[in-house]
Write a protein that binds this ligand. Structure first.
Ligand SMILES: [Fe+2]
Ligand SMILES: [Fe+2]
Length: 133
């Protein structure tokens, strides 16, 4: 099980809560492989991820705009790439009936490590300087 720890904090409570939801979805997927309901749960997790990606990326990007964050362009591009990869998983699962649970789990861990725990940290100073904690 993944556990959200204070080391993962981006220094903004609202965004930390959203990242905690993301960790929750990773755990939901991991749990499903133990219960033998992987297919059903994978479908549910995919739908929740789709919704999560939309509102979570919007949240971050709205603050980029409001605070004129200098790393916005690169960061928004990374969001688009994650969304595209998620769309590919949705296509593989729903349109091509593939079993994707393990690949999806690997993708989500990469997302957590390379984006949530790394790239998202880069806006902390900017957001905090604008009074957002
Ligand atoms: Fe994020
Ligand atoms: Fe982000």
């Amino acid at each position: 099980m993944m556990v959200w720890t204070p080391e993962m904090s981006v220094g903004v409570a609202l965004i930390d809560r959203q990242h905690q939801e993301f960790v929750g979805l990773i755990n939901e997927l991991a749990e499903s492989t133990k219960t033998g309901r992987a297919q059903v749960t994978t479908g549910l997790v995919l739908m929740k991820l789709d919704s999560y990606a939309r509102y979570h990326f919007s949240t971050e990007e709205e603050y980029f705009a409001v605070f004129n964050f200098e790393g916005a362009e690169e960061h928004i591009l990374a969001h688009r790439q994650l969304s595209k990869r998620l769309t590919d998983f949705i296509d593989r699962f729903y349109n091509r009936n593939e079993t994707i649970t393990e690949d999806l789990a690997v993708f989500l861990m990469e997302w957590l490590e390379n984006h949530t725990e790394t790239m998202d940290r880069k806006y902390t100073r900017c957001f905090n300087e604008h009074g957002l904690y």
